[in-house]
Design a protein around this ligand. Structure first.
Ligand code: ZN
Length: 379
């Protein structure tokens, strides 16, 4: 748990509940991406499974058989492409379920087994078995936001009558995004964005040369979330960001073969679909960041960009040159958010990119409004 920065209040709540032996069986961890929910859930699982005699119930010993198996599962996981179903099954009493890439939701077989193995495998089956090593079974369900009714129904009985001392942690983003049947049976734990100083503490753990900008700049741009890090660990991405901002500021966004350049940047991320989509999400986030900064400047807000000269100069150019209003900026952001949704729904990547850039050009030149794009059915 010492790997988890911040969230001290939540740590204290868990310490108290564990010491009093009054830990509820189902938790719903909620909060923005990149603030440490999953790291927290893993550290909690490891310490609850630990066979050592712990002074601090949240600090696992890392030496007992359980801790070694748990750590082995995590290091196995880190070597694999994030494309396969990962259950971290090294540990017999721990189950980790996440949405498979290219799927919109968790699959029923992940809970109750494939057709030919129904009720003989899957998380619901596994957690009902007696613990092998210690006294508990633990399951983490990542991507709780993509839990559909079918899967939730498989889970309900387990949540209503949980096996003794079993703990199930479901991780999601916002409370409203969770199914009421799950929400009402879970103890809600709200994770907040990290403070900028906490982000800095995390960043200090990285070897200096692995980050492509000063810690101050990264932390300031982070919005309290470590998802920002992906942007600063890839040189091609840092370079692309600059040319993308210039292109957005020019408003002739598809000029100079830019659709191809952006597609090339996606290709550079790798061959696997999940990493390509992740790269595309980052590029969409660049555009959102750009338009949001323009919007803030248009309404006269001071924006702290952490010494991010790149963004500052692109934004200043726009504010000086554009004959534009705040609605147009909001339209561009809406169009970017569309792309996020389509990326999650696995729309064709190259079509998506082409239409997106073309629409951003039209929107930012004021040739068309967002409602018109919706009417003609943008991809
Ligand atoms: Zn241990």
């Amino acid at each position: 748990m010492e790997a988890v920065i911040g969230h001290d209040e939540i740590k204290d709540r868990f310490r108290t509940a564990i010491r009093r032996d009054r830990l509820p069986s189902t938790f719903l961890f909620l909060g923005p991406e990149g603030v440490g929910k999953q790291t927290f859930a893993m550290a909690l699982a490891k310490s609850l499974l630990c066979q050592g005699d712990l002074k601090d119930p949240l600090e696992a010993c890392s030496e007992c058989e359980s801790c070694k198996l748990f750590d082995a599962g995590i290091s196995e996981e880190s070597k694999r492409v994030k494309d396969v179903d990962l259950d971290l099954n090294q540990h017999p009493d721990f189950k980790y379920v996440k949405r498979r890439e290219n799927r919109n939701s968790l699959l029923i077989e992940q809970f109750i087994g494939k057709d030919d193995r129904r009720n003989k495998e899957g998380m619901v089956h596994d957690i009902s078995r007696s613990p092998s090593l210690g006294k508990r079974k633990i399951a983490i369900i990542d991507d709780g936001d993509s839990l559909n009714h079918e899967c939730a129904n498989c889970l309900l009985k387990t949540l209503e009558e949980p096996p003794a001392r079993a703990v199930i942690i479901i991780i999601g983003k916002i409370e409203q995004g969770q199914l009421p049947t799950i929400r009402s049976r879970s103890q809600l734990v709200h994770f907040k964005a990290l403070a900028i100083d906490q982000v800095k503490l995390v960043l200090q753990r990285f070897p200096g040369e692995s980050l492509l900008a000063p810690i101050e700049e990264i932390a300031t741009r982070s919005n309290g979330s470590l998802t920002i890090l992906q942007q600063y660990q890839s040189r091609d991405l840092v370079e692309f960001r600059e040319s993308f901002f210039n292109q957005l500021a020019s408003r002739d966004i598809t000029a100079g073969g830019f659709v191809k350049k952006l597609s090339d940047c996606v290709d550079q991320a790798g061959k696997e679909n999940p990493v390509r989509r992740q790269r595309a999400r980052q590029l969409v986030d660049f555009a959102i960041e750009f338009y949001r900064s323009v919007g803030l400047r248009l309404v006269g807000s001071e924006i702290d960009m952490g010494g991010d000269r790149l963004l500052m100069s692109a934004v200043e150019k726009v504010v000086a040159d554009w004959d534009t209003d705040i609605d147009m900026v909001a339209d561009c952001i809406d169009r970017c958010l569309d792309v996020h949704r389509h990326l999650n729904a696995n729309a064709n990547l190259s079509n998506l990119i082409e239409c997106w850039l073309s629409d951003l050009g039209k929107l930012s030149r004021g040739e068309i409004g967002y409602h018109e794009i919706k009417q003609v059915g943008a991809v």
